[in-house]
Write a protein that binds this ligand. Sequence first.
Ligand code: NAD
Length: 358
Amino acid sequence: MGDPLRVCLIPGDGVGPEVAAAARQVLDASGVRLAWEVHEIGQTAYQRTGEALPETVLEAIEECGLALKGPVNTSRDAPFRSVNVALRERLDLFLGARPCRPLAGVPTLFPDAGVTVLRMHDGDLYAGLDYAPGDPTAAAIRRTLAEAGAARLGDDTGVSVKPISAVAAERAARAALAWARANGRERVTVVHKANVMRGSDGVFLAAAQSVAPLFPELAVDDCLVDRACADLVRRPGRFEVLFAPMLYGDIVSDLAAALCGGLGIAPGANLGERCAVFEAVHGTAPRHAGRETANPVAMILSGALLLRHAGEEGAAARVEQAVTGAIADRVLTADLASDGVEPRSTGAMADAIVERLR
Ligand code: NAD
């Protein structure tokens, strides 16, 4: 028997510990031997240790190569920068993958709306170049723009900078198209607003177009982000894979998740060359925290993505089938239960999925 697969488990904040425990229980029943290493980041870690993203956790993730992470709080008043953004930057997790597919038994208006959103994590408006009106850097930017004759902005103007590097966009595009090919997809649509933001989205689009000929088996086209949102709602079957810069990808993936039945079932992955971190699309859902009412399926399906990434395709498929089976049998948490179905707790949902793995 070989060594167990080492995985860092990061419960996170809010409903994180509950859905992480559920995912751990299900993955332990998947047939793959797993060695879990539990670490804390986020608000909980900050309150306990004074550090929201301890260096030791980053080192542990790099050493394992794999992590399953619960959501963490990002508050405007927090004394630390977004832990999620910092984690992605420090581990160079440059591509996000959010595959949304409808599950039989989950009420959705759009049964054909399966779509994967791939997003570049480098740069864009999440780069941390964000300055309130009174910040000296905002004043310096306003001055520079005025001196260059570009714009005269008042002292009440805050500034968020949107940098997009051609090298970073090419790397992300190459990985995105490789993901699409490896996962049997045929079409990738590049999402942008290059008609308005030529300086940033123009770079993103050109980079994707320059890489596309390396993948002749894929049809690569593009779409303005506003049009993409409208088409996702009006004719969701139009898209297979959307490749977008960070901000559009964030928004469009929540929309796609909602079309496919809600955040409770939408998994995600953060991919890099050195390691990969898997997590649900949803946040800490404070309303559900500590009540055992959150849906663990998004976190469990993120675990299935982790298994697949680690080469455990059979186990990943079994977990996905067990989830689909439970849902088809009307085993549902409160976010999905309707028509007189008695909602299950987070733990009971996990138990029902484990039963179907036996
Ligand atoms: P959210 O995803 O936590 O909640 C949005 C809505 O979806 C709420 O109505 C919530 O009750 C519901 N929901 C989410 N997950 C659910 C689940 N598993 N089961 C049932 N219902 C669920 O988004 P928010 O309220 O905008 O954010 C709350 C906090 O989470 C914020 O601090 C935000 O920064 C953080 N956040 C973290 C991540 C992450 O760590 N990856 C992602 C998004 C938001």
